[in-house]
Write a new protein. Structure first.
Length: 292
């Protein structure tokens, strides 16, 4: 459920946040939102609102915070599945309903903290760019190039590299343990055949989930890391492609995890049937009322 919420939040944020254009700031090609070119009077209230807009909306802070939360949630799910297979007693002790709520809260808070540099990257600047008095400008943090590069590397490790490694290790260990369990418990031909089918299904789903995550998120993280290191220029088309890949992953996650979890799948189908039934009833009532 948490993964679905974060994925939906990411998709909605992408739709609501304005499309990007380009502007130069301190000889560096940087993103500027098309609706970020705001013309406001020089009052303290308007400047405060403009600053908040640049920091939280133009910087896409909310967009990427939702994305990072999705990454951390997928990683947490891989750890949870690992404990289910490796040690069920330990799993019941660790993943109680109350502790799970705290874990999700920790994921949300840590995602916001990890993405905080975005808030300080985008600032309200006075200057006539595109005939606008005030503009949201994306600029480097005023902490020196070396520290900036160290920060970008640390963010790449915490946002993507370490979660990806955890995901791969947990899924590999899970598949290995399942293989061992199925070999031990299969004492007859029928049991062996049934376990082989279960094992193959789990392996396929695990492989698909891992590969989808890696393929959709890797281009974005590598691209932005290289861009922050000023090894690549900011490019609208490349930025759009990386964003679309992440959107595909967010849309694919509910389908994939409903295929894995039978109870989730049943509830998912129940919700769809209920929605379709409600929609059909409403349509019929509308037609009847129109005829009258």
């Amino acid at each position: 459920m948490a993964l679905a919420i974060f994925d939906i939040a990411f998709c909605i944020s992408v739709i609501l946040v304005p499309n990007s254009t380009l502007v130069y700031s301190e000889s560096i090609l940087v993103p500027l939102q098309s609706k970020d070119k705001i013309n406001i009077t020089n009052t303290s209230t308007n400047i405060l609102l403009g600053t908040l807009y640049c920091s939280f909306i133009a910087s896409e802070y909310l967009v990427w915070t939702s994305g990072i939360a999705s990454i951390y949630t997928v990683t947490l799910l891989s750890i949870e599945r690992y404990y289910i297979i490796q040690n069920k007693v330990r799993h019941r002790a660790l993943f109680t309903p109350n502790r799970t709520k705290w874990m999700i809260m920790a994921v949300t808070i840590s995602s916001g903290i990890v993405n905080m540099p975005n808030i300080f990257h985008s600032s309200l600047s006075y200057g006539y760019i595109y005939d606008q008095a005030f503009t949201c400008i994306w600029q480097e943090l005023p902490i020196g190039k070396v520290i900036n590069n160290m920060l970008y590397l640390l963010l790449f490790l915490t946002k993507f590299f370490l979660p990806s490694c955890t995901l791969v290790v947990c899924y590999a260990a899970t598949v290995k343990k399942l293989h061992q369990l199925f070999n031990i418990t299969s004492c007859n031909n029928v049991g062996r055949f049934r376990n082989k089918l279960i094992y193959r299904r789990v392996v396929i789903i695990t492989f698909i989930s891992s590969m989808t995550f890696m393929l959709c998120w890797t281009p974005s993280q590598i691209y932005f890391t290289l861009m922050n290191f000023q090894l690549l220029p900011m490019d609208d088309e490349a930025y759009l492609v990386t964003k679309i890949l992440i959107l595909i992953n967010c849309c694919f996650n509910p389908v994939l995890y409903s295929a894995i979890n039978q109870s989730y799948r049943k509830e998912f189908y129940k919700k769809i049937r209920k929605t379709l039934t409600t929609s059909g009833t409403f349509t019929r009532k509308s037609l009847v009322s129109n005829k009258k």
